[in-house]
Design a protein around this ligand. Structure first.
Ligand SMILES: [Zn+2]
Length: 310
């Protein structure tokens, strides 16, 4: 059944062009005079076989939702189908397409093998094919939370500081970036810090958090939301007990800074929603020079700042 989708697609391409090998079409091309519709003997056109033939009408009557099919239509099949597709959800459209394909398949079986099946058998056969096809080809899972990760403005009156820390193994250099924006998304300040003798990525990420906590003190009269993209670093700063690892001093610094500032809130954000701070940290690694911008952002940040507020 893996080819069902392709077969149905090909069939619809042909019927849109009214190129199916109906006897009417074959007759027009002088290929043969085969007589009428195999089901009822009437002139065999695409609209007839799929919509107007008693066999088609009996098949569609098995679906109460489609009882309103305008089967008297004399318009081109393509026009009819476009109208139908515009009014119906995709899962219904799939059923209709597979049923139409099955009607055509049944018509061919009657011609070539003389097999006769009832409208109930045609429709149940079509639904079985569709179900089997869908089981073999489940729709791709959507990673909603990742796909939609986006920077969000802080609540009215508050500011947000995004921080990012990076580490370059070969050189043992680290880069830290932080950016401050207000609740309208307007840029307030940003900063690069270059670190030497960094031992691992966590080291750089903890320094980034500490830089954010120090910088937040400049706006101590406002609520300040600090966002970092390292769950590990945030967790170690937020947990209660003392950290005895080699990064313990750094963690304790962060805890002290956090405890001193009542209006500072720490939270995790996806890397995708932390694009400006990430860009700054990269820049710090490459430039290897500390820098700070206030009021006007540097040119290399403008595109990421803009896309965050779009
Ligand atoms: Zn017919």
């Amino acid at each position: 059944m893996a080819t069902l989708g392709i077969m149905v697609q090909n069939y619809f391409c042909l019927s849109f062009k009214d190129n199916l090998g109906t006897k009417d079409n074959l007759g027009h091309r002088g290929i043969s005079e085969l007589g009428g519709c195999v089901f009822c003997g009437a002139d065999e056109t695409v609209v007839h076989v799929l919509l107007q033939c008693p066999m088609a009408i009996a098949s569609w009557s098995l679906f109460p939702a489609w009882a309103h099919f305008n089967t008297d239509s004399t318009e081109e099949f393509k026009m009819w189908f476009h109208g139908f597709a515009a009014d119906h959800p995709i899962h219904e459209l799939e059923k209709v397409m597979v049923c139409m394909w099955m009607l055509w398949f049944e018509r061919n079986q009657m011609i070539w093998t003389g097999r006769h099946r009832s409208s109930t058998e045609v429709v149940s056969g079509a639904m079985y094919c569709l179900q089997e096809f869908q089981e073999l080809h489940p729709p791709p899972k959507k990673h909603i939370s990742r796909a939609k990760a986006k920077w969000l403005r802080p609540p009215t009156g508050a500011i947000k500081i995004n921080v990012s820390g990076m580490f370059h193994v070969e050189s043992s250099f680290g880069g830290v970036g932080l950016v401050v924006r207000n609740y309208t998304g307007a840029f307030l300040a940003c900063k690069l810090v270059v670190l030497r003798g960094v031992s691992n990525p966590m080291h750089a990420k903890l320094v980034a958090l500490r830089e954010g906590l120090i910088y937040a003190a400049k706006w101590s009269n406002l609520d300040c939301h600090i966002e970092g993209d390292s769950q590990g670093a945030l967790h170690s700063v937020q947990q209660g007990q003392a950290d005895l690892s080699h990064l313990g001093c750094l963690i304790e610094d962060c805890k002290t800074l956090l405890a001193k500032q009542e209006r500072v809130y720490l939270r995790f954000t996806e890397r995708k929603a932390n694009g400006v701070a990430t860009r700054l940290a990269h820049y710090a690694l490459h430039s290897q020079e500390a820098a700070e911008w206030v009021t006007d952002p540097p040119v290399f940040l403008q595109d990421v700042l803009f896309s965050d507020v779009m």
